[in-house]
Write a protein that binds this ligand. Structure first.
Ligand SMILES: C[S@@+](CC[C@H](N)C(=O)[O-])C[C@H]1O[C@@H](n2cnc3c(N)ncnc32)[C@H](O)[C@@H]1O
Length: 207
C-alpha cells in the first residue's frame, strides 16, 4: 500500500506528472528553514481554516514546512495526508515528522493525487491546502477535479501561489479552472499581499 504513516522504508517511485519545472528536491531543505516563518507563518495562514480532528490533504507538501504545523493543529484525532511527486521530499518529510513526534498523525505518499491509494479518501477530506505547487502541475484542470472529488461536500481548498512565479492573470486562470472543476470561491485570505484563494466544494455538488 502506498499511503502510509510509517516513517521509515523506501518511498515509492514518483510518477511523471509535472510540467518540467518542478522545484528540485534539494530546495526542499531551504523551504523548511525556520527563517521562512518570518514572512510566511503557517499558523496565521492555516490556523483560521483548521480544527482539531480534521482530515487535511496537502498535495505538493515538499518536506513539510506546512505539514508539521498542520499535524499540530489537527491534534491526535486528526490526520494530514501528504502527497508529493518526489520521493526525496517525502523522505525528508518523514524524517522531520519522526523527529517532531508527529508521525502518527501523518500519512505520506510519493506520487500524485491520481494514485488509486487515495480512492479511500474520496468525499472525506475536510480541507485541502495546495501551497506554491499548482503552477508546477501539468494538468491543473484534472488535478482540481480530483481534489474536488476527494473533499467532502462543504470541504474547502486553500490555494496559495508565489507572487514571484505566478502573475495575477495566471492566478485568476487557476481560480477559473477551479470554478470549472466545481469549486465556489469563498474568499481571498491574503488580499493584495499574496496570491491565495479559499474555495469550497458545495454541498450537493457533483462528486
Ligand atoms: C515549490 S515546492 C512547495 C513545497 C511546499 N508546499 C512548501 O511550500 O514548502 C512544490 C512541490 O510540489 C511538488 N509537486 C509538483 N507537482 C506535483 C504534483 N502533480 N503532485 C504532487 N506534488 C507535486 C514538488 O515535488 C514540490 O515538492
Amino acid at each position: 500500500m502506498v499511503v502510509s504513516n510509517e516513517t521509515h522504508g523506501p518511498p515509492s517511485v514518483a510518477q511523471p506528472e509535472a510540467k518540467g519545472h518542478v522545484c528540485p528536491w534539494w530546495i526542499g531543505w531551504l523551504l523548511v528553514s525556520p527563517l521562512r516563518r518570518l514572512f510566511e507563518n503557517p499558523d496565521s495562514l492555516l490556523g483560521p481554516h483548521v480544527r482539531p480532528g480534521m482530515t487535511v490533504l496537502e498535495p505538493g507538501c515538499g518536506m513539510g514546512f506546512f505539514s508539521l504545523p498542520l499535524a499540530r493543529m489537527v491534534g491526535p484525532t486528526g490526520r494530514v495526508v501528504c502527497v508529493d511527486l518526489q520521493p526525496r521530499m517525502i523522505a525528508g518529510l518523514r524524517r522531520r515528522a519522526d523527529k517532531a513526534g508527529l508521525a502518527p498523525r501523518l500519512e505520506s505518499l510519493a506520487g500524485t493525487l491520481d494514485d488509486p491509494a487515495l480512492d479511500v479518501r474520496r468525499g472525506t477530506v475536510d480541507l485541502a491546502v495546495a501551497i506554491h505547487m499548482v503552477h508546477e502541475v501539468r494538468d491543473p484542470a484534472a488535478f482540481l477535479r480530483r481534489l474536488a472529488g476527494l473533499l467532502r461536500p462543504g470541504g474547502r481548498l486553500l490555494i496559495v501561489e508565489p507572487k514571484g512565479h505566478v502573475s495575477a492573470a495566471a492566478f485568476e486562470r487557476t481560480v477559473q479552472t477551479a470554478s470549472a472543476a466545481g469549486f465556489v470561491e469563498r474568499g481571498r485570505p491574503l488580499g493584495d499581499r499574496g496570491r491565495a484563494a479559499l474555495l469550497e466544494r458545495p454541498a450537493g455538488g457533483p462528486t
